[in-house]
Design a protein around this ligand. Structure first.
Ligand SMILES: [Cu+2]
Length: 152
């Protein structure tokens, strides 16, 4: 009986922990936001700031959300002709003590294969996995289709 009660309590504590302390203790996710989508036929986009407060580099190795079957990290590059292209990044390194910003026109999360429309005013849960085996879950608010930042 005592073992069972203890296990239940430990599980309850884990579940109740705030997202920032769910893991990846050196990395802080700030200002996560995304844009509303017209439907589900085109991918959604999400942005955030990843702050590495530790003294070792940390690498983002995976993403998961029930909103999209294939969340990916994309970089945006613009060539001499002014044509922008997005490239898929398998991993994203956050150097020790530095901040990597995902923002429109640059690095972003591309939410491929949306499972439902992204509706302004709602939010979705996203889990970011790191190379050290830790992961952080954040609640990403959905802003309007014309939003250009987390406060729009
Ligand atoms: Cu993209």
């Amino acid at each position: 009986m005592r073992i069972s009660a203890g296990a239940t309590l430990a599980l309850a504590l884990l579940t109740a922990a705030p997202p920032a302390f769910a893991g990846g203790e050196d990395v802080v996710v700030e200002d996560a936001w995304s844009r509303a989508s017209i439907g589900t036929s085109r991918p959604g986009a999400a942005y955030m700031t990843l702050r590495n407060t530790g003294d070792e580099p940390v690498v983002v190795t995976g993403l998961s959300t029930d909103l999209a079957m294939m969340p990916m990290i994309h970089a945006t590059a613009t060539d001499e002709q002014g044509v922008s292209r997005m490239t898929h990044m398998e991993e994203l390194e956050i150097p020790a003590g530095e901040v990597v910003a995902l923002a429109p026109g640059g690095l972003h999360l591309m939410l491929m294969d949306l499972q439902r429309p992204m509706v302004e005013g709602e939010s979705f849960s996203l889990t970011v996995d790191f190379s050290d085996g830790e992961s952080i879950s954040v609640e990403v608010p959905i802003r309007g289709m014309a939003a250009r930042g987390p406060a729009d």
